[in-house]
Design a protein around this ligand. Sequence first.
Ligand SMILES: [Zn+2]
Length: 300
Amino acid sequence: MIDWTEIADGDTWELFARDFLSEMGFVVDVGPGRGSDGGRDLVVSEQLKGTLYTEKFRWLVSCKHNATSGNAVGSVEFDIADRCRRNKAQGFMGFYSTVPSASLIQRLGELRLEKSISSFEIFDHRRIESIIAASGMTTLLLRYTPSSYGRVRPIQKFFGDYAEIRCDICSKDVLSLSVSEPFSANLVWGITRQKPRAKQEYKYLMVGCKGGCDRALSDQVHAEGLLDAWEDIGDLCNPLIYMKNICSYTNLLRSPRTKVSDQAHQKLLQIYIAISQRTLRDVTKDDEKRFRQIQILDEF
Ligand SMILES: [Zn+2]
């Protein structure tokens, strides 16, 4: 999902590694371009906390950017134990835009066994991607891979807690799944039939996975003698369709010929909130401040 070739060269990959690791909570001791190994390695540290005793653990971070060729990182990693020793690092960390080769993993295992290094960790492209998706490092993505950011629209937890959207049949969280695979769920409405001089009621609103759960929901709706209407939830990740949908719904609420049940209204509000985590742009400090001001006004 993230196209790492958007990062132009090895130098930028190192800057990305520095920013990524500091967002994860590591302290950057030696930054890009200042290492003793021709400027190629970073050194980061973390505090290991025991009950009575805390210890600083240093990692030598080797950054390799092979996204364009797609080659695994293998024999280019040499001198590992020496590089760690020179930098007073106990652990070795590979930070790769592709994957490590099987022989590199084996070699690192041997070094750990013979205690030349205390530990090793590999951040390959998939691991980096899943950490970004899960932790909402959206600013980082926007800075380094803007095209991927536009395509991926990762979840931003700007309400503090994550708001989910679960399928009403199988309970799968279709929103979190939509980051790693295309959105595959529909909104299914249950609507009363039009009768003369009676309002048409939007009675039920439910969420169903495509190709099964959504059909089961529409069967339920038909069994009650209601009409069904479907909307693709994935479309709501498009900011323009999202706004259009909110405007259409607002018009529907004002229409003298329709009414919306409490269940459907509450459900749609939850869905708008949850979807906004993928649809809205990053919230700035000023946005948050203004939002809080309005909340205070609402209380009066
Ligand atoms: Zn389902």
